[in-house]
Design a protein around this ligand. Structure first.
Ligand code: SF4
Ligand code: SF4
Length: 434
């Protein structure tokens, strides 16, 4: 694709990177067929190719984007299905990240939109505030329909509908600490426990630590590590997301230089995609660039790490049929495709792939709050596809997908690691005991 940036623009490394991405695109349109928003809405401007044009023109103009351009960029899920399909290796992820940051800096959103985004930015990455907000959300849930009827307040209604009906307890992994195996130590890893996950389902981190300890791996949850920054990164709030990334890089690097780490383990794939990109995000931050690159290289999804360990004695507690939902961040963002299914099969579970597995469930960070109509359509499509395989349960590796899918089906939804923990001597996942 031809570009038309000024020399002044190209002196900015972010613009230079976007220009090189744009030049790779050959307009072939293969990506449109696998883009969930294009498949649902049928509008070229809601396809990757359409958005690439819009972002190119917006960046080249150097001016504030129109409300129309912002609408189509906002409708992108950042599912990265287009990157899997693209034959020219166009790095749409970095391009749309730049586009979002540009919009944030150059576009004045309507007041209600700004306030809701601010609320999400403050509440979601803070476990205490998030926990308190869920209690309030339960009380306000009867008014969800009212909020949804008032256009600009629709996201608040969606938020109330998504809130779980009861609070989850706090557990040992909610705080920093070191969790050692009973026997000899065979390895040492840091676990990112996340911000929303421990509030919504702390059992996932507990299962992860139990499983790793059982396999002889010491797990450290270092002080100073917080939200990975993905939530604000996808809202274009670059300063916030980069500050969170830098803080995490510093905390993990201290641990790496201290007792040492074999890996940084992530069991929420949305976070994993962002942490694996820290090297790029902080490439121009002199104080953190090198360490960020090292941290990204050390980062693995829990299933990638487990694939290198011996789970030979694992055996499924019951012969269950598992529909494996491959989170977009895992299959498209990190290209982790076979490991989760191989681990589950190795334990004796029957694993089935639902049709249209490449299409997003509509969760996508805060997408199911900010774009609830499209998210609900995608959830219905996902649930129909999963239910067509007649599974006993659904397994996924991302709390966002788990929450989204569970809100649309009666089939239990568990994290992959909860099944692996159960198969190696841990308790039956709570969702299967109800
Ligand atoms: S990231 Fe997903 S929603 Fe966005 S353009 Fe690519 S395929 Fe479409
Ligand atoms: S598939 Fe790749 S090269 Fe083709 S239009 Fe989409 S982004 Fe461009």
């Amino acid at each position: 694709m031809q570009t038309n940036f000024s020399l002044k623009q190209l002196a900015d490394p972010q613009f230079a990177h976007s220009e090189s991405i744009l030049r790779n695109c050959v307009h072939c349109g293969f990506c449109t067929a696998t883009c969930p928003t294009y498949v649902e809405l049928g509008d070229e401007l809601d396809s990757p190719r359409g958005r690439i044009y819009l972002i190119k023109e917006m960046l080249e103009s150097g001016k504030a984007p129109s409300a129309g351009v912002v609408k189509h960029v906002d409708r992108c899920l950042s599912c990265l299905s287009c990157m899997t399909t693209c034959p020219a290796s166009v790095n749409y992820m970095h391009l749309v990240d730049h586009g979002r940051a540009y919009i944030e800096q150059n576009y004045q959103r309507p007041l209600a939109d700004r306030m809701i985004r601010k609320l999400l930015e403050i509440v979601l990455p803070n476990k205490t505030l998030f926990r308190a907000s869920l209690i309030m959300a339960r009380l306000a849930r009867p008014f969800a329909g009212l909020f949804k009827a008032i256009g600009p307040l629709k996201p608040l209604g969606a938020m109330l509908e998504l809130a779980p009906s009861k609070s989850a307890p706090t557990t040992p992994t909610c705080k920093p600490g070191t969790f050692s195996p009973d026997g000899p130590r065979k390895g040492r890893v840091a676990l990112l426990t996340g911000c929303a996950q421990p509030v919504l389902n702390p059992g996932i981190n507990e299962a992860t630590v139990r499983l790793l300890n059982r396999l002889g791996i010491e797990v450290v949850v270092p002080a100073g590590v917080g939200c990975c920054g993905a939530l604000t990164h996808h809202m274009g709030k670059e300063a916030d997301s980069h500050a969170r990334a830098a803080a995490n890089v510093a905390a993990w690097s201290a641990e790496l230089e201290g007792e040492g780490l074999d890996a940084i383990i992530i069991n929420t794939s949305g976070c994993g995609t962002t942490v694996k990109d820290y090297g790029h995000m902080l490439a121009h931050d002199e104080a953190h660039a090198e360490k960020a690159k090292r941290i990204s290289e050390l980062t693995q999804d829990i299933t990638e790490y487990l694939s290198g360990l011996d789970l030979a004695n694992a055996k499924a507690g019951e012969p269950l049929r598992v529909a494996y939902h491959s989170a977009c961040s895992l299959q498209h963002g990190q290209r982790v495709l076979t490991e989760p299914k191989a681990l589950l099969k190795g334990c004796g579970f029957e694993v089935v792939d639902p049709p249209e597995g490449h299409l997003c469930c509509g969760s996508a960070g805060t997408y199911n709050i900010m774009q609830s109509d499209i998210a609900t359509r995608l959830r219905s499509r996902k649930v129909l596809n999963i239910e067509s395989t007649q599974p006993d349960l659904i397994a996924a590796g991302n709390i966002g997908c788990m929450t989204q899918i569970a809100s649309g089906t009666g089939i239990p939804v568990v994290h992959t690691v909860e099944l692996l923990d159960w198969a190696t001597g841990g308790p039956k996942p709570e969702a299967l005991t109800k």
